[in-house]
Design a protein around this ligand. Structure first.
Ligand code: ATR
Length: 286
């Protein structure tokens, strides 16, 4: 049975994304495509959940027997209070983007960081073990990415942020997992030349600020892998210039695809049809 909206039946299992706003989300398109491709009788919709309705919405997951829900802005942190169990990674990051309903027990995961690392490895072939990594930014997205990268046994991780205190705090939290240090953007010059991977987790360069770049372009050196979580535009000015400077580049769309692929795999136990998911999202963006 194909589980898209047109072919639901009495056995269709429901899924969705809770967000505010949510109508722009490409997750329903992408996950319904995954259900169709794999023959899972599921249907995934977008739910506009206001903050004061979040608890009721989560109770609804259990009441209505949803198998899984994605959680997006602004609910990723607050939703944790209503779940029965939080996976170790989500606990470290302090945010949940995926809920799995195990027979009424709601378990929170965070697939953003692991999705990011899967995308990075698949799309660039980079070897992370023993590498030196720079993460620009120290907010929610940086936490997820840093945690998942730390699990890959890099040699050292530098967290670089406009507000140096926040970088130092994140580096300190990472310390049990990886050798790391935090610094302000102005100290970036001191670590020039030793870096294998640099990741932008800030919104600098996102539509409509297409000319902005997160760090000075002359800092980039041939042979580095340069990665940007932004996917609107698909290729930021920073990535374009990095490519021209001889760097390997990696855009943010893959992180979105793979965070959904990881959620799909937690829910169904089946391997996600990543290429079909990517194609349908790319078509919707063009
Ligand atoms: P997200 O969940 O997307 O990571 P966030 O938690 O609000 O969002 O974090 C935003 C990050 O982008 C922060 O590291 C922020 O730097 P500050 O901690 O100094 O605020 C960074 N950021 C946002 N706009 C920026 C800008 N114009 N220049 C430099 N850094 C910026």
């Amino acid at each position: 049975l194909n589980g898209d909206q047109g072919r639901m039946d009495s056995n269709t299992v429901l899924y969705g994304v809770f967000g505010d706003p949510v109508r722009h989300s490409r997750s329903p398109l992408m996950l319904n495509c995954a259900f169709r491709e794999t023959g899972v009788n599921g249907a995934y919709a977008a739910f506009h959940v206001k903050p004061d309705e979040l608890e009721a919405a989560v109770l609804g997951i259990r009441a209505l027997g949803f198998r899984g829900v994605n959680v997006t802005i602004p609910h990723k942190v607050n939703v944790m209070a209503y779940l029965d169990e939080i996976d170790e990674g989500a606990r470290f990051i302090g945010a949940v983007n995926t809920i799995v309903n195990e027979s009424g027990r709601l378990i929170g995961y965070n697939t953003d960081g692991i999705g990011y690392v899967r995308s990075l490895k698949e799309e660039t072939g980079i070897r992370l073990e023993g590498s030196n990594i720079v993460i620009i930014g120290a907010g929610g997205a940086a936490k997820g990415v840093a945690y998942a990268l730390a699990k890959e046994n890099p040699r050292h991780m530098y967290i670089v942020n406009r507000t140096a205190d926040k970088a130092a705090q994140l580096a300190q939290n990472l310390y049990p997992l990886v050798s790391s240090e935090g610094m302000g953007l102005d100290q970036l010059e001191n670590i020039k030349g030793k870096i294998d991977l640099v990741v932008n987790t800030t919104s600098v360069g996102m539509h409509p600020n297409l000319d902005e770049v997160p760090i000075a372009l002359d800092w980039l050196q041939e042979g580095m892998t340069v990665s940007d979580l932004i996917y609107n535009p698909l290729e930021t000015r920073w990535l374009r210039e990095a490519k021209a400077a001889g760097c390997r580049t990696h855009g943010g769309l893959g992180m979105f695809i793979y965070q959904g692929a990881c959620a799909f795999e937690y829910w169904t136990g089946k391997k996600a049809p990543v290429e079909a998911m990517r194609d349908i999202v790319l078509t919707s963006l063009s």
